[in-house]
Design a binder for this molecule. Sequence first.
Ligand code: IPM
Ligand code: MN
Length: 359
Amino acid sequence: MAKSNHYDIAVIPGDGTGPEVIEEGKKVLEAAGKKHDIGFEFTDFDFGGDRYLKTGETLPDSAISKLKKFKAIYLGAIGHPDVPPGVLEVGILLKLRFSLDQYINLRPVKLYPGVDCPLKDKKPEDIDFVVVRENTGDLYSGHGGVTRKGTPYEVATQVMVYDRQMVDRCLKYAFDFARIRKEEGKPGKLTLVHKTNVLTFVGDLWYRAFMEMAKSYSDIQTDYNHIDAACMWTVKNPEWYDVMVISNMFGDIITDLGAMIQGGMGIAAGGNINPYGTSMFEPIGGSAPKYTGKNIINPLAAIEAGRMMLKHLGEKEAAKSIEDAVAYTCTKIKSLSAGKMGYSTTEVGDMVAEHIDGN
Ligand code: IPM
Ligand code: MN
């Protein structure tokens, strides 16, 4: 029987533990699909370190036009120990984000019950916010260069670049997102994070655009923090955050901090979102070469990325089923760290899938 909703998903398992965790993620998506009458067709693409080492190719332009036909991409991990740093990250991951104009990097920071939190006395009700990281501009834009290379007078620049429309579209996504969270019973508060006291040009652009847009969102409470203070509050008072909107580089940094306070890379997931095009969902942790092929990596981050993908596709109930099953699994496994879960990668995937089946 044909499923009522059907999705063609591009899959890039990628490097290291990527393929192992994506396998479990697909298992869980299929379980949620079975329960909620959703069909998936997964199409694999072999981009990653192994292909690069064989062919010298990272991500050909032809791949971009193929991938654009999919509503979503499910990505495992990019990064290979035999390839110099930067080649695959820039040539594959960043190329995908930029050429598909995935201008939002959505990174939920949520502490599930039963998960060990490194912050003393912080409980699941204290750690539940979402970082809306701008994903195409800033120090990632590629503006800059080097002169007098190799001399004592070498000059190198890497420029923080934003234009008004990039800032506005990101802010709009963040305000709308805060509004949706408010409808779901969350505080409905949006905090802009930047460094206006030093970055008086780019920071000021973000701040003015934020304050202007806030006028059309009078239902959303707004706040502003400098990035250094935001690092402090994320550790000391994470309960102050509901939605944080932040530029690319600061967002890269604070979301690793966020991943740690929600229990580590074993659970942290993100979505690279183009609201009008092809979005891509991935676990935040890397390819973890030292755990590769051992069936000990935690697949929950990839499973969470799958949950975000379903929610993005509009399958809210199926996403909720996965969330409940992940929450349940977090109370069963000993630790979220690779090799310390008390279960193998496949067993954790099975546990999530079976919980969806049985509920
Ligand atoms: C991330 C990563 C990437 C980034 C790297 C691998 C290019 O750190 O997804 O956070 O800097 O965005
Ligand atoms: Mn990062």
